[in-house]
Design a protein around this ligand. Structure first.
Ligand code: CTP
Ligand code: CA
Length: 219
């Protein structure tokens, strides 16, 4: 760990992290979701704890052992994730938004199981709140880090996203290489430009990222 950051690099800093997908119910047994294993968010939570931070992790449905954090909150939908973030962001210094939040949810969620038929079915969707945007727009926002999984034109999309959400740091990766994998390549976009963290296990990337965040945050 010393190889990545000095012990206590984020000592007593309050770090809030969202991870995993959200699941938006259609009925009691069906729903829409995003591809996300939660591995990167959980690795970042572990690395932040190693750096001495007080970590709160808000996670969607994932099949991973919990990392060593001060507080773990499990949620299912984007609406629930936002409610948890609204509470927890009041007392945090750094917010790292790793979750793959579903951009839409069904307009109606049925408590009972719907029966299938032979007809076409059109599902009405309504937009979910943008959780990162909510935090970044708070009157006194924490240091906000966004993530972007893109399939193409990474630099163009990442730069536009960073500007739109007004973020000091946006971390981009290639969706088809990163989702569910144990290793990835990260490209960091900040006020100084572009910085690549070459392909490595997610825990290594997480520790490198925590060092980068600490250096920007404490600058
Ligand atoms: N995000 C969020 N809440 C949402 C959607 C996204 O907090 N409802 C956060 C993600 O956690 C990520 C960042 O916003 O840190 C970018 O998410 P991404 O899906 O890449 O971008 P979008 O703004 O949703 O745009 P699009 O999906 O069209 O690329
Ligand atoms: Ca999205």
């Amino acid at each position: 760990i010393q190889h990545f950051f000095q012990p206590g690099r984020l000592q007593d800093q309050r770090v809030l992290i969202t991870a995993g997908p959200t699941f938006e119910a259609i009925d009691a047994v069906r729903g829409i979701t995003n591809l996300s294993s939660g591995k990167m968010g959980f690795a970042i939570a572990k690395a932040a704890s190693e750096a001495g931070a007080e970590v709160t992790l808000i996670s969607g449905p994932v099949c991973l052992a919990p990392p060593p954090v001060k507080k773990l909150i499990r949620i299912t939908s984007a609406t629930e994730m936002l409610a948890a973030v609204e509470n927890e962001s009041k007392h945090c210094d750094i917010f790292i938004s790793v979750a793959a939040v579903a951009d839409y949810r069904p307009a109606i969620s049925h408590a009972q199981k719907l029966k299938k038929s032979d007809d076409h079915w059109t599902l009405a969707l309504v937009p979910n709140p943008d959780i990162l945007q909510y935090v970044a727009n708070l009157p006194n926002p924490p240091f906000c880090v966004g993530f972007a999984a893109e399939t193409n034109d990474i630099e163009k999309h990442a730069t536009a996203k960073r500007r739109k959400k007004n973020l000091p740091l946006l971390v981009a990766n290639l969706a088809q290489e990163a989702i569910g994998a144990d290793e990835n390549t990260l490209i960091l976009f900040d006020d100084h430009g572009k910085h690549t963290l070459p392909r490595a296990p997610k825990i290594t990337q997480a520790r490198r990222l925590i060092e980068h965040i600490a250096s920007l945050y404490q600058a």
